[in-house]
Design a protein around this ligand. Structure first.
Ligand SMILES: [Zn+2]
Length: 402
């Protein structure tokens, strides 16, 4: 992979030379996916991109506003992340896609030279913005930041993601809030499929960049099948399973994942959007999912909720205040190697900034170590045993107080 030259000074001359000498040659290569092993329905493989490989199953930390909160990009990489997720909705409003483009694209802007996947903005328009008007054309809405008017359509979403320089671009779709009637879910899914075609047409042919379609259809197998057929007819570089993790609960989600991934092409990556807790992730991988993203590990790091091999603990609790032991004996992150529970409890209670830094690092590293453990287990054909051990260790609960 060609390396980006580290420029000693910034400015337009530097950016121009980066554009000319950076990835130009390499960016002509197609993004490919190869499966190296399956174990039951679980799969492991590699997505090859001009900006580096993504080992699957992959967990993508969320860098909403061009930063994974409380983390330097090199720290995110050190946790083992191969790819980040960026949010179109947030970036289009602030600092705007056009500004990021003028400054050399999102990778350069946020100092992350590995792959970036961007969402389409559709989900957050529906969840965050005010005064939305949904039509066949797209969604008109007011910014939650300053009330300004915006219109997001499949074509505009593709343009924004192109300006950002996203490596993996998501189709613009509509995700109906659950619970919804089957009729409403069907109507919404069919519009999302028309939008998927418009996204495909607007995206065009861009070697070095991938476009993923998004399956919808709620919890109804026939609708999921209809959506998958439509997407396959249009043809995408990867396929997401959308419309889950929106409050339906794990049982209903797994119910859909029992059949939905197999409706999608076997030779393309399958991405479950917005998932999830560690046990959601293990269950999704067991059902044939290759990629996931969630704000949970980073957001929880800032609120003191810690994920470990023994389940969840809250660093705020008084039981940690005299405890010299690490959060997780088996974790290799800086928070576990160099600091005690007592210290982490103290800096959390004192609202010191280092608390968010260390706890976010730990949670992200725990997630990446979980992904690596799953990749190893699938490669070695022992995923079922891994899954049993994962649940057994969590069932033991946190170490006893001193
Ligand atoms: Zn740790």
């Amino acid at each position: 992979m060609p390396k980006v030259q580290r420029l000693k000074c910034c400015g337009t001359a530097g950016i121009a030379s980066l554009t000319q000498t950076g990835y130009r040659g390499g960016m002509n290569k197609r993004i490919t996916f190869s499966l190296s092993r399956t174990d039951g329905k679980a799969r492991t493989g590699t997505i090859r991109t001009p900006r580096g490989d993504i080992r699957t199953p992959a967990f993508m930390p969320v860098g909403t506003a061009a930063t994974v909160k409380a983390m330097l990009p090199e720290s995110v990489r050190a946790t083992g992340a191969d790819v980040l997720l960026g949010n179109t909705y947030h970036l289009m409003l602030r600092p705007t896609a056009e500004r990021i483009d003028r400054l050399g694209g999102l990778h350069r802007f946020m100092n992350w030279d590995r792959p970036i996947l961007t969402d389409s903005g559709g989900f957050q328009v529906m969840s965050l913005s005010q005064l939305r008007k949904l039509t066949e054309e797209g969604v008109r809405f007011k910014s939650h930041i300053d009330g300004s008017d915006h219109m997001l359509t499949p074509e505009r979403s593709m343009e924004i993601q192109r300006l950002l320089g996203s490596d993996i671009v998501m189709c613009f779709d509509e995700c109906p809030a659950l619970p919804a009637t089957e009729e409403a879910v069907a109507k919404s899914m069919r519009m999302s499929m028309r939008w998927a075609k418009r996204s495909r047409d607007a995206f065009g042919d861009r070697p070095g960049h991938a476009l993923f379609g998004i399956q919808q259809g709620g919890v109804t197998p026939d609708l999921r099948a209809e959506s998958a057929e439509k997407l396959k007819e249009i043809g995408f570089d990867g396929y997401a399973i959308g419309g889950l993790a929106v409050g339906e609960g794990q049982e209903a989600m797994f119910g859909v994942l029992d059949y939905a991934p197999e409706m999608l092409p076997e030779d393309k990556p399958r991405y479950l959007m917005g998932v999830g807790k560690p046990d959601d992730i293990v269950g999704a991988v067991a059902r044939g999912v290759d990629m996931m993203d969630c704000v949970l590990p980073s957001r929880s790091g800032r609120t003191g909720q810690i994920f470990t091999r023994r389940g969840v603990l809250n660093i705020k609790n008084a039981r940690h205040q005299d405890d010299p032991r690490p959060l997780d004996e088996d974790c290799t992150c800086p928070a576990c190697r160099n600091y005690s529970r007592a210290y982490l409890h103290h800096v959390f209670r004192a609202q010191e900034i280092i608390s968010s830094m260390l706890l976010t690092w730990h949670n992200l590293q725990y997630y990446q170590e979980l992904m690596q453990a799953m990749r190893d287990a699938i490669s070695e054909g022992r995923f079922a045993a891994f899954e049993a051990a994962f649940h057994a260790q969590r069932a033991e609960g946190d170490i006893d107080p001193l």
